[in-house]
Design a protein around this ligand. Structure first.
Ligand SMILES: O=C(O)c1cc(C(=O)O)c2c(n1)C(=O)C(=O)c1cc(C(=O)O)[nH]c1-2
Length: 239
């Protein structure tokens, strides 16, 4: 964890410190992600990831609603509510489309058999957004500092190395990489934090939040890696 002492870092320096802190801990370095981009996953393993990651996707608008419910500032809520509308209008359905493009049916995705460790990690995320400060909740999205590179790498690999995936499956990632995706969400986060993070205590909240979120994304892949790569010689119920 970063030690800030009792001083308030200037905003730019603060964000650079967070970038430095998180860059080696992001799930882009996880062995499951590396296997994916190297083209080494079986169709069953890709499907297992899509099903488990859907549990994260479906919780996103709920955690955003929890953040809004804790936030007393209309100008913040006005920005944040777009995240809920985006995921509920497009994101969730696009992830289901990805599931169908990799050969799952809707029920397998929506009623998916999610690993207990994934459920515990993602449910903890929702609970923290309910019970910690709204600044903490907003700051959990700072992993979006690193997301474009991971998504870019993933989409290139999925297209090149898994030709059996139907192209309509890539819409979700294309949307996240577009101006209306992470880029718009992330600039909202930065503007909010710039105006509202005013004390060393607020900055510590942001660091804790980023640290939790990095661990959550990592844990999700740990669970999938253990169950579907290490166990049963890599066989999955989706083969
Ligand atoms: O595929 C990825 O690597 C990745 C990472 C992240 C992230 O770092 O939080 C998000 C997403 N994707 C994503 O698609 C998404 O909608 C999203 C929302 C959030 C958030 O914190 O509210 N993170 C992410």
């Amino acid at each position: 964890m970063i030690e800030l002492g009792s001083s308030l870092l200037p905003f730019e320096e603060f964000i650079n410190t967070l970038k430095d802190f998180g860059k080696d801990k992001y799930h882009i370095h996880h062995p499951f992600h590396r296997l994916m981009v190297e083209g080494k996953l079986t169709p069953g393993q890709i499907r297992a990831w899509v099903v488990n990651r859907f549990y994260y996707q479906r919780i996103l608008p709920m955690k955003d609603a929890a953040i809004i419910s804790n936030c007393p500032f209309p100008e913040v809520r006005r920005i944040w509510i777009k995240r809920i509308l985006n995921h509920d209008n497009y994101g969730i359905e696009m992830w289901i489309k990805l599931g169908e493009a990799v050969g799952l049916n809707r029920e397998q995705i929506v009623e998916g058999n999610v690993l207990p460790a994934v459920r515990f990690a993602v449910d903890t995320y929702l609970n923290l957004c309910k019970h910690r400060s709204w600044i903490y909740g907003v700051a959990t999205t700072l992993t979006e500092l690193f997301a474009p590179q991971a998504i870019e790498e993933r989409i290139v690999a999925l297209k090149d190395k898994y030709p059996w995936i139907k192209p309509e499956g890539f819409e979700y990632f294309e949307w996240r990489l577009s101006q209306k995706g992470i880029s718009e969400d992330f600039s909202g986060t930065i503007n909010i934090l710039k105006s509202h993070v005013k004390s060393p205590k607020d900055q510590m909240e942001c660091i804790e939040a980023l640290s939790f979120k990095l661990d959550l994304l990592w844990s999700l892949l740990d669970a999938v890696y253990y169950e579907y790569i290490l166990k049963n010689d890599g066989k999955t119920p989706y083969d």
